[in-house]
Ligand binder design. Structure first.
Ligand code: SF4
Length: 415
């Protein structure tokens, strides 16, 4: 058994207590991680090869070809990043700047607005360590960590003991789920812990809760039980340190964030509540913070000389839908699997580069593929956890593959 502890990059919880056993330079056992983490750490079943136009080649040639595609493009798209180290992300931003390219990541169609509101201090937040030590009321709103972040409840939120929560679990904490279905997390929250709302019912529920917190009778068009709403408002008012874990179920349901801002303001006038976005990919937040530092925006950017353009029209979805990009570099993402076919089909019509440890549907359509080491397992670096805390990563095993940061550096040198 290796006596060091490592970080799992299987999700944005970045658990830093992972033990491993290594024999003959190979990873044989993973301790402490959840099943999702173990599967991730054990690596790809089908590692990516270095190829140009489907023919295997050495990495040098693939890097040269990738740089040549980017140099010849007028409007390249640099997309992905949520599964890349912060070092690779920073160079990706530099490549987009150098090539007058578009740069965007997966937060563009998931947690972008939540992270943006937090970075701009429009929503009060806290760290997961604060949650463990202080939180007494937890709300899983449109999120299901029992499946998405399997160690969330045991390591940080519901079950653990903390400095001000010496008993942990239900003796010290109240866990509530607000969701459209009885998720596995709702089961853990107990008999009265689920507030089941209809699909797209989040805004009304939020507004009704805001009314209840102001002492008014809460109303919803779907006749949610007023007594239960008032009871919930009573629990929230009594919270000493409350946290909302906002999932995509909530974010996709809100047409804008004004009801959320009003709700959080009201909550914080009667108690103390924080919000943490349940980011999925391990370094989505890192990309948002790195791009924000460079440009003042968290995603959806187009460089144009010294000018930085930003807006929905520069999102990956719009850029592909309107066919405004003429080449694409995809790193640490698989848009052909995760975005609608009608939009990503265009990627097959333009020169496409993928950089990834594993074969993906996107890599099977790429003109150039460049393998990289699996970050956190075969290479180190840094990443930013879902709560904004930077975490150092170190490799568990050695590899002869380049790190994602080194691949990006090599492409940049060729530009
Ligand atoms: Fe890895 Fe996430 Fe599981 Fe923690 S909860 S071990 S970071 S997959």
């Amino acid at each position: 058994m290796d006596n060091d502890y490592y970080v799992c990059t299987g999700c944005a919880l970045l658990c830093d207590d992972i033990g491993v056993e290594i024999e003959g330079g190979k990873l044989t056992k993973v301790h402490t991680a959840c099943r999702k983490g173990v599967a991730f750490i054990k690596g790809c079943r089908h590692p990516l090869d270095s190829t140009v136009k489907g023919e295997r080649t050495d990495v040098d040639l693939a890097v040269k070809e990738a740089a040549s595609i980017l140099k010849n493009a007028e409007n390249p798209l640099i997309f992905g990043h949520a599964n890349s180290s912060s070092g690779a992300q920073k160079i990706a931003i530099g490549i987009a700047r150098r090539t007058n390219g578009y740069i965007d990541d997966t937060s563009s169609f998931c947690h972008g607005p939540t992270v943006e509101a937090i970075i701009e201090s429009k929503l009060k937040t806290c760290t997961l360590d604060d949650v463990r030590h202080k939180a007494d009321v937890l709300i899983f709103w449109g999120s299901d960590p029992a499946n998405s972040h399997p160690r969330h409840m045991s390591r940080y939120s519901y079950f653990p003991r903390g400095k001000e929560r010496q008993r942990g679990w239900e003796e010290d904490r109240t866990a509530i789920t607000i969701d459209v279905r009885k998720s596995d997390t709702a089961e853990i929250c107990g008999k009265n812990g689920l507030y089941q709302i209809p699909v797209k019912g989040d805004t009304e529920f939020m507004e009704a809760l805001t009314s209840a917190l102001s002492g008014k009778v809460p109303k919803t068009s779907y006749d949610f039980d007023k007594k239960r709403l008032l009871e919930l408002a009573g629990i929230l008012k009594k919270a000493k340190f409350g946290v909302i874990f906002a999932g995509l179920g909530m974010i996709y349901s809100l047409e804008d964030f004004e009801p959320l801002y009003r709700f959080m303001d009201k909550l914080n006038s009667v108690s103390s509540f924080h919000l943490i976005p349940m980011a999925g990919h391990y370094n989505m937040r890192g990309f948002n913070e790195n791009l924000f530092k460079e440009t003042g925006y968290i995603n959806r950017v187009k460089f144009n000389g010294a000018e930085v353009l930003h807006g929905p029209e520069y999102s990956v979805v719009e850029a592909l839908r309107k066919k405004e990009v003429d080449a694409a570099l995809v790193i640490g993402a698989d848009p052909l699997s995760s975005l609608p076919r009608s939009i990503v089909r265009y990627l097959e019509e333009i020169p496409l580069i993928t950089i990834d440890p594993c074969q993906t549907l996107t890599s099977t359509k790429a003109d150039v593929t460049i393998p990289c080491a699996l970050v956190g397992v075969e290479s180190g670096g840094a990443a930013i956890r879902m709560d904004g805390v930077e975490v150092e990563l170190k490799p568990m095993v050695e590899t002869d593959r380049l790190s994602d940061e080194d691949v990006m550096k090599r492409i940049m040198e060729e530009l």
